[in-house]
Design a protein around this ligand. Structure first.
Ligand code: AHR
Length: 862
């Protein structure tokens, strides 16, 4: 075990070279040989010199996977058909499923790097099965023929894979499939045989081996440290600062990513305590998978001689169709709402009950409004009078007599008759900064404590939505609450829009952060489950003008004078002064296809023209490599996009082994916004000290590259316990507790200890083995406003690191530095920072504990 591990860790590069050499020799370097392409659920290859004996490359490793359709199991590749076309470019088509009137197409020069996939629509047949592509040199045309499940056959042609001839029906005999069957690892497999140069096969083998090498790197985990670092003694580290090479870095580096995922907004940061207050929950919110999820969800009737139904005949607002009708024959029954897993209230705190009510029968009625707890009985109660037959907004303040976490709201008509109710709300008066319709104070404060320089909103996937109709529409999120239009939340629940753009801008202002709204690039999420094959259904071109106008209007809403159309709406909401919006992101980790590009470019150019003062952020797909990343960055260079949004969720091993990721970035190109990242462990996606330290380590490299990395935000930010769709998250919570992770404290230490200058340092180690070197990192920044130096030191080794820090140039004013340390066992899930003071000056020695993150901060003498 030990021996195997050592070979893998230290000798792998050499081992790979040996493998290549062996391959060369064994084959005696043929000029050409046969390549067999095949596969279900991925394009795979095998090679042969005689067409009889086949060797699977990488044991059947998939070099291309289908990205069609919704997440997970639906992304399938059936019957891939590969040919070499014009300019020796490989062209492949495949069937995506047995339902879509679409096939998939992609192309590649080397079979390793693939251009973005396309999913052209065909108009004929029941579906597209067994598509076959051929190329005619004489006409320069590609022909695609396919069968359908009705045993009919069709053909279409293209020259450029952008426009296709109308599909025509053909005879069975005109459907030609030149594929063949070979025997591979004892099985008969269908595919195509190609004569290719050895170099091509060698390239595939190398690509596979490199992929394996990276997989081993990414799998690096502290669990193996006892073996990996067996015999390792305390490491000495001498750190020299190089003030002469100091450079300016971004002052926006640490921010937060806020999305309504894991009940982050409704049931989370948004302080509303009533669930489904507007009776607008709908089965489509959960893709019709939950029969109990509808407009009366979370509401029930307690008692007898009464009924409760949902109506939509005379809504309070056309955007808010449904309301409750409570009919009482004999008083006694109540309409009950249990909030989000119960309602938590505090003794003596005011809670504002409000509702739109309307009298349906009789001359008048009274409603007893109560907060009731199973354990504590009635906590608070009041009576309100319903006298009008039309909708009327009523309010009452409830002050609980005791703390409770299991309260419910009960509304009891005191006379018989019918009453209509809508927008039934219970809101703590004590919101963050006392804002009306504001945010849950403890959660908002926890976010503010990071000292984020910016807040991204509304996502994530919520921004681009599940299908075109679900793209987030900011105009639905402002104005009086009853006029806001809720929607299906892509994370399978309902978004009320209670926390909308006004509340978001207000929060940013309250915590001194820049707003970074992310707007869909005219395409929904590529993993959409509604509206066809992913984002291929971009917003129709004749609707793009209105869509772009909406984006321009958002800038007016944020920044326009109160006498402008949208500026007035902001002023009416209580904020006549502009919010001073500076950034807008266009797109969220989209698949970079022609459909995307066309729309992105239109939005980008129009926004630049209308608002050159706004910094636009583009998108480079969901990964740190691959076709979306490559194509996204190509567009960035062509259009000169100021900042590009990158996303990657990776293992701690990835972060440890890719600290040089941005060292290679071209400083003359777009800046980077690392908009979504997190280190997560395989199996359960939990966080612990190990993931937090991997993030701390990587963040030293972001500071080092703070001249090209402008911003970074961990994602996702919030998660309500027992209601998470995504793990890990930065802050978990329930109704009464906020539970920041250790990763949260890493973010906080970076946010609270940012600088505007990076001071390069060199670290000389007593042990120079690469795996040791990669586990130690240092970043030194200066905050020139306060004249303070911050030294961040990360040690992910199982042994202490004795550090000697040369501070001759930055002499501490007081001989003391603030010291904050996060350390423990890598598997610990609940590590908190420990704050102390330490002596400092000249050559400072400091022992970094095993598995630790240390931050020193001190003011320097002028
Ligand atoms: O952060 C959670 C999700 O991850 C985001 O919504 C999406 O952009 C990404 O895939």
């Amino acid at each position: 075990m030990t021996k195997k591990f050592l070979i893998i860790s230290f000798l792998l590069p050499a081992f790979i070279q040996c493998v290549f050499a062996a391959n060369h020799k064994a084959l005696d370097q043929p000029d050409s040989l046969y390549l067999f392409s095949y596969g279900t659920n991925g394009l795979r290859f095998a090679w042969s010199i005689d067409k009889q004996n086949w060797t699977a490359i990488g044991n059947g490793y998939p070099f291309l996977r289908s990205d069609y359709g919704t997440w997970g199991a639906e992304k399938k590749m059936y019957t891939p058909y590969l040919i070499r076309g014009a300019n020796d470019t490989w062209q492949i088509v495949w069937s995506v499923n047995d339902r879509a009137l679409q096939f998939a197409h992609a192309s590649s020069a080397d079979l390793i790097n693939w251009r973005p996939q396309n999913y052209p629509y065909v108009q004929k047949g029941r579906n597209v099965l067994r598509p076959v592509i051929s190329y005619s040199k004489s006409t320069g045309k590609y022909t695609i023929v396919y069968a359908d499940s009705g045993n009919e056959y069709f053909r279409t042609e293209t020259k450029d894979f952008k426009s296709y001839t109308p599909v025509e029906k053909i005879t069975a005999s005109a459907y030609t499939n030149l594929g063949t069957t070979v025997s591979l690892q004892g099985e008969k497999v269908e595919g195509q045989v190609h004569r290719v140069a050895w170099a091509l096969v060698e390239g595939l083998i190398k690509a596979y081996d490199l992929q394996q090498y990276k997989a081993i790197q990414n799998a690096e985990t502290t669990k193996d440290d006892a073996i990996r670092f067996a015999g390792l003694k305390t490491v000495d580290a001498e750190i020299m600062l190089h003030p002469g090479e100091a450079k300016k870095i971004s002052t926006m580096l640490t921010g937060v990513f806020f999305e309504d995922i894991n009940y982050g907004a409704d049931g989370g940061l948004y302080a509303e305590l009533i669930q489904n207050r507007d009776f607008e929950y709908h089965p489509r919110d959960k893709k019709y998978s939950d029969k109990e999820w509808n407009s009366s969800s979370c509401w029930s009737l307690k008692g007898e001689n009464a009924s409760f139904r949902i109506d939509s005949v005379k809504p309070v607002h056309p955007n808010n169709l449904h309301y409750a009708v409570l009919t009482v024959e004999k008083p006694g029954a109540s309409l009950v709402n249990t909030g989000y897993d119960g309602i938590a209230v505090k003794k003596g705190d005011p809670y504002i009950f409000s509702a739109f009510t309307g009298l349906l029968q009789g001359k008048g009625n009274k409603l007893a409004i109560k907060l009731v707890s199973d354990s504590r009985g009635v906590l608070a109660g009041n009576t309100i009078t319903v006298s009008a037959s039309g909708w009327k907004s009523l309010k009452s303040t409830l002050i609980p007599s005791a703390d409770a976490s299991d309260a419910r709201l009960e509304i009891q008509p005191l006379s018989s008759g019918g009453i209509a109710l809508d927008m039934v709300s219970l809101f703590p008066q004590k919101t963050f900064k006392g804002r009306k319709n504001g945010l849950r104070a403890d959660l908002a404060q926890t976010i503010a404590d990071i000292h984020p320089r910016f807040v991204r909103f509304p996502g994530g996937c919520v921004a681009h939505g599940d299908g075109i109709a679900n793209i987030y529409k900011w105009k639905n999120s402002i104005g009086p609450l009853e006029s806001r239009k809720g929607d299906r939340n892509i994370w399978n629940y309902h978004q009320s829009m209670g926390l909308g753009y006004f509340e978001y801008f207000q929060f940013c202002e309250d915590i001194g952060a820049e707003a970074v709204p992310i707007i869909a690039a005219g395409v929904p999420c590529q993993n959409s489950s509604t509206g066809g094959g992913g984002q291929q259904g971009g917003i129709p071109m004749d609707e793009m003008g209105a869509y772009i106008q909406d984006i321009i209007d958002l800038v007016e809403y944020a920044n326009g004078a109160p006498n402008t159309v949208w500026g007035r709406k902001r002023a009416e909401a209580g904020h006549p002064k502009p919010f001073n919006l500076k950034y807008i992101g266009i797109g969220n980790e989209d698949m970079i296809t022609d459909v995307f590009r066309e729309r992105f470019e239109m939005i980008y150019k129009a926004l630049k023209k209308a608002h050159p003062e706004i910094t636009v952020i583009g998108t480079a797909g969901p990964f740190f490599e691959g076709s979306d990343y490559v194509e996204g960055w190509k567009i960035a260079s062509e259009l000169n996009i100021p900042v590009m949004d990158e996303h990657y969720y990776q293992s701690p091993g990835w972060f440890i082994n890719n600290q040089d990721f941005y060292d290679r970035y071209d400083r003359s190109k777009s800046k980077v916004y690392l908009g979504e990242y997190a280190a997560s462990l395989p199996g359960g996606n939990k966080t612990n000290l190990e993931t937090a330290l991997a993030e701390a380590l990587y963040l030293t490299s972001l500071e080092r590259n703070g001249d090209v990395v402008e911003m970074a935000s961990y994602a996702p930010l919030l998660a309500r316990e027992n209601h998470t769709q995504w793990n890990p998250d930065l802050i978990y919570f329930n109704n009464t507790e906020v539970k920041p992770t250790t990763g949260y404290y890493v973010q906080q230490l970076y946010g609270q200890n940012a600088g505007d200058q990076y001071i390069p340092s060199s670290v000389s180690l007593s042990n120079t083995n690469t795996p040791v070197k990669k586990r130690i990192a240092c970043s030194v920044v200066k905050d020139s406003k306060t004249n303070e130096i911050v030294v961040k030191l990360v040690n992910i080794l199982p042994v202490p690191v004795n550090t000697s820090l040369d501070l001759q140039t930055y002499r501490p004013e007081s001989g003391k530095a603030g010291k904050t340390v996060i350390s423990g066992n890598p598997a610990d899930r609940d590590v908190r920072p420990v704050i102390s003071q330490t002596d400092i000056g000249g050559k400072t020695t400091l022992e970094l504990a095993p598995y630790s993150f240390t931050v020193l901060r001190f003011r320097v003498k002028n």
